[in-house]
Design a protein around this ligand. Structure first.
Ligand code: PLP
Length: 386
């Protein structure tokens, strides 16, 4: 059989391989500590589940508008008022099948064959694959701890190419948890806009910051694109609902694309998502955020003591991106050994790019404190005796 060339360039998620091997080992009776999974371990909050059930019982099983139910778009707009003091016209909000659906819409909207977009290396791997799907390319900008693993205006200028049409960043970022300050966002926006490009900011980990809140690009720019989702802070990964905030001028083109690509997002999931904004749900999310923060504060110093190099305390998300130079120069082999010999599942850096990826691994603290404690005990033995 012959498949399109693009398929060769779209790489699998190594983390899924780690996960399936971990499951195999569990089936053989091994205990595994899961720190590879990029989703909250908590199940969806009760008020949301109830709203989903009610929608089903009441027969809400038909398509909705391609851009999402008006009530949900309004609720998302109200969320911007509540969280950021921003007045966003609900017409600019397009409900999508997760942030993934929003990324696909953006790629389809902005990229002509041969166009490129700047993105950080390390970064969320699907981004470059979405661009490849529409015959564009992710232009990877190597970033280090000194850059807080983020794309600065200076680096955007340095790496901009004749075929670059914009930059796509995430704040907080996967796999590093690092954020862009309001000032950095403003500078980056100015640089990109000055070059006639688009700035796309993935704000999927907003809400999950453990000090100062993350700023939205919409606080400084009305014509940037924002990607967000109910997956992470709102704990709804499996429901598949996200959203896009688009500049006014892009709304009708995005609507056309959404109609053709998805028809609409799951109706039940949209009704469920509406309940994510009530006070009871918020309280649950805030409690969970406190738990994530406690886990980070437990894990980070202990990993450092063990010899993992994590130069900054990440401000958000639920990841720690650690340099493993002290133990190995092959992160895939290191992760394999951690899993096979010690029952610790973590993700090799190669999932997130090429730059120094052999020297890094990602820990996700999406498991209980008890499991994290166990992982430290196991790693203490494993890494001190080689
Ligand atoms: C930075 C980033 N963007 C987008 C996504 C996709 O999320 P969703 O479940 O909303 O499609 C993820 C998932 O891990 C992510 O880490």
């Amino acid at each position: 059989m012959f498949f399109a060339d693009r398929v060769q360039d779209i790489k699998p998620f190594r983390v899924m391989e780690v996960l399936s091997r971990a499951r195999e080992l569990e089936a053989q009776g091994r205990d595994i500590v899961h720190m590879e999974v990029g989703e909250p371990d908590f199940v969806t909050a009760e008020p949301i589940v109830e709203a989903g059930k009610k929608a089903l019982t009441e027969g809400m099983t038909h398509y909705t508008q391609a851009v999402g139910m008006p009530a949900l778009r309004e609720a998302i707009a109200a969320h911007y008022q509540h969280q950021y003091g921003l007045d966003i016209d609900p017409r600019r909000i397009i409900v999508t099948p997760g942030a993934s659906g929003a990324l696909l819409l953006i790629a389809a909207l902005l990229i002509n064959p041969g166009d490129g977009m700047l993105m950080t290396d390390p970064g969320y791997p699907c981004n470059r694959h979405f661009l490849r799907l529409v015959e564009g390319e992710g232009q990877l900008v190597p970033v280090t701890a000194a850059d807080h693993y983020q794309l600065s205006a200076a680096k955007a200028a340095e790496y901009w190419q004749p075929n670059t049409v914009g930059a796509l960043v995430a704040s907080p970022a996967n796999p590093t948890g690092e954020i862009l300050s309001l000032e950095e966002l403003a500078k980056l926006y100015k640089e990109v806009q000055g070059r006639g490009g688009y700035l796309v900011v993935d704000e999927i980990y907003h809400g999950l910051t453990y000090g100062e809140r993350a700023h939205s690009i919409l606080e400084v720019a009305d014509d940037a694109f924002v990607i967000n989702s109910f997956s992470k802070y709102f704990g709804m990964t499996g429901w598949r609902v996200g959203w896009l905030v688009a500049p006014e001028a892009a709304i009708s083109e995005l609507e056309k694309l959404a109609q053709n690509l998805f028809i609409s997002v799951s109706t039940v999931a949209q009704y469920a998502a509406l309940a994510a904004f009530n006070a009871q749900s918020r309280e649950i999310f805030e409690q969970r955020k406190t738990i994530f923060c406690q886990r980070r504060d437990f894990l980070l110093p202990r990993l450092r003591e063990l010899g993992f190099d994590i130069p900054h305390t990440p401000a958000g998300a639920f990841y720690l991106y650690a340099n493993i130079n002290r133990f190995s120069d092959d992160s895939q082999a290191f992760c394999l050994e951690m899993l096979e010999r010690h029952g610790i599942a973590i993700t090799p850096g190669v999932d997130f790019g090429a730059y120094q990826s052999d020297q890094h691994v990602r820990f996700a603290y999406t498991t209980s404190m008890q499991q994290l404690e166990k992982s430290i005990e196991v790693m203490t033995k494993a890494l001190s005796y080689g």
